[in-house]
Design a protein around this ligand. Structure first.
Ligand code: HEC
Length: 216
């Protein structure tokens, strides 16, 4: 049962091409984030990600149960995006999966995100102890949360592993049909698949009171 809870969850995490607004004036280097703001972004990032996982997981779970991987693949392609967008809207954030090996082309990491992925990869020693999420200042007026996504379950390989061995030929055909440019195969257990990115408007984060002194 554990498997069925996990796979839908992480697949759907991946199935979430979401809008990311480019902030006006993003050319100016943003101010460094106070530690309290980073902590607030990490806390909220984990919570928003968990809530999104749960929503998407429930939906993908039923897709797999009713028709297996071959049914879940089209589901990922069609239904996950609107669900994820609804979560982004609810929380007033932008949500995105970024990766060095995209399936959905919108998930392709930019230069800054690639640097984050490389750092996660370097810090990834065991799947049971993945690198910690963090928050940073990539865009003015925003706090950007990152968390690693690791291939931590054999069933990820049904859709991201070696074609012909882990991925059935029939499922590979479905993947190619939906994603002609797919690069997200050939992964092995324990490898970094990508990262979760959540951008919070700074005004939406409420650091702990002791550091958020407000003087009129
Ligand atoms: C049923 C097949 C299936 C399974 C199982 C699956 N994925 Fe995916 N995954 C997909 C599809 C399809 C996409 C593209 C979704 C989209 O269009 O946004 C995707 C996208 C992703 C992405 C987003 C980046 C990209 O390349 O588009 C990540 C990250 C990801 N998957 C991780 C995982 C992990 C980790 C697991 C195992 C826990 C997993 N997936 C299991 C089908 C699957």
């Amino acid at each position: 049962m554990r498997i069925w809870l996990f796979i839908p969850l992480l697949c759907l995490v991946g199935c979430s091409p979401a809008s990311r607004e480019s902030a006006p004036g993003a050319n100016a280097p943003p101010a460094a984030l106070a530690v309290a703001v980073q902590d607030a972004a990490i806390k909220r990032g984990k919570a928003v990600a968990a809530e999104t996982f749960a929503l998407l997981s429930a939906n993908l779970q039923s897709a797999i149960q009713s028709g297996g991987v071959s049914n879940a693949l089209p589901f990922c392609s069609l239904a996950a995006s609107p669900l994820t967008a609804s979560m982004a809207e609810k929380h007033g954030v932008t949500l995105k999966r970024v990766t060095h090996k995209p399936r959905n082309p919108t998930a392709k990491a930019d230069a800054e995100e690639l640097a984050v992925l490389q750092a996660f990869e370097a810090a990834l020693i065991t799947t049971t102890n993945p690198p910690a999420p963090f928050a940073t200042n990539l865009v003015s007026g925003q706090a950007t949360f990152f968390a690693p996504i690791v291939i931590n379950n054999e069933l990820c390989l049904k859709c991201h592993g070696e074609p012909g061995r882990d991925i059935s030929i029939a499922d590979l055909a479905i993947i190619r049909q939906h994603y002609p440019q797919d690069q997200a195969t050939g992964f092995r257990f324990g490898q970094l698949r990508g990262a979760w990115r959540i951008d919070f408007p700074l005004g939406s984060l409420n650091p702990e009171p002791q550091t958020a002194a407000q003087t009129p």
